[in-house]
Write a protein that binds this ligand. Structure first.
Ligand SMILES: Nc1ncnc2c1ncn2[C@@H]1O[C@H](COP(=O)(O)OP(=O)(O)O)[C@@H](O)[C@H]1O
Ligand SMILES: [Mg+2]
Length: 254
């Protein structure tokens, strides 16, 4: 594919740039990202779409020069992140929308999606340089003991991944980390990402409201916290290393 010259960068990360190309949005990856991750993200997106979730329409995965690209149809609107920044007094309302949408995603099934427990077990094993063997064993035991669910889990359900259209409908983008599994893990990830973003108050309100609406205890979600923190460490989050390690350490005290 050939992307237009006048494309506008929407987001720049260490391994990709997301461009607005007019009618489409292109996620352009650099060479550090394995092709299998890119194809997996595109596959997750199409599986979520086929499971009945409102997602950006998939157009194609291909190459622009040397770079892999995932191309989707542009969704017009603002992200919940932008709306929270613009009108902070409505944050509680936006948080409620985020949680209702997250729970509705969890009510869908995608039987071909990767399994959450397999993915976390792999990631904990990958964190061998950072987490000692005894702790990795504890984490794997804890993971194994978690209830086996088959909910569609987004894996990065944060305000910047939700686009609100003019008519108020909500579209979920960024399916790179999706799995089928336990919704509590998804909630723990959102909480952790809000904390890592320095939004402690928002993280606590989110956790409280999620548990209320889902009808589970905060303790239940906290059981996932050390596991998802270990997975984030495996992903190479260097800047947040100390905070994540402290979350993993919780294992020692429960
Ligand atoms: N199809 C789309 N339509 C409109 N905006 C999009 C679309 N895809 C992505 N975006 C915007 O680009 C941002 C980054 O894309 P995303 O897929 O979340 O990449 P990343 O994995 O880097 O977070 C999103 O937060 C959203 O604002
Ligand atoms: Mg995103």
């Amino acid at each position: 594919m050939k992307l237009p010259k006048d494309k506008k960068a929407l987001a720049t990360r260490h391994n990709k740039v997301v461009f607005d190309c007019g009618d489409t949005v292109a996620k352009v990856f650099n060479a550090t990202k394995p092709a299998s991750d890119i194809v997996n993200e595109a596959l997750n997106l199409t599986r979520a779409q086929e499971a009945g979730i409102d997602v950006p329409q998939f157009i194609e995965v291909g190459k622009d020069g040397n770079n892999w690209v995932i191309l989707t149809k542009k969704v017009e609107g603002k992200t919940l992140r932008e709306l929270m920044n613009e009108t902070p007094e409505k944050t509680e309302e936006y948080l409620g929308q985020l949680i209702d949408l997250e729970l509705s995603v969890h009510s869908h099934r995608a039987p071909l999606m990767n399994r959450q427990k397999d993915k976390y077990a792999r990631m904990i094993a990958d964190a061998a340089d950072i987490i000692d063997e005894a702790q990795r064993y504890e984490l794997l035991m804890r993971l194994d003991g978690m209830p086996n669910h088959t909910k569609l889990c987004h894996g990065d359900f944060v305000p910047s991944n939700i686009i609100v259209r003019e008519d108020g409908t909500l579209c979920v983008c960024d399916w790179a980390h999706a799995t089928q599994g336990n919704g509590g893990a998804d909630c723990a990830i959102t909480y952790l990402h809000l904390q890592l973003n320095g939004e402690n108050e928002l993280a606590e309100s989110y956790l409280r409201m999620y548990c209320e609406r889902q009808g589970c205890s905060v303790n239940y979600v906290q059981g996932w916290m050390s596991i998802v923190a270990a997975a984030e460490l495996a992903r190479g989050r260097v800047a947040e290393h100390d905070y994540l390690l402290s979350m993993v350490d919780v294992v020692d005290y429960v």
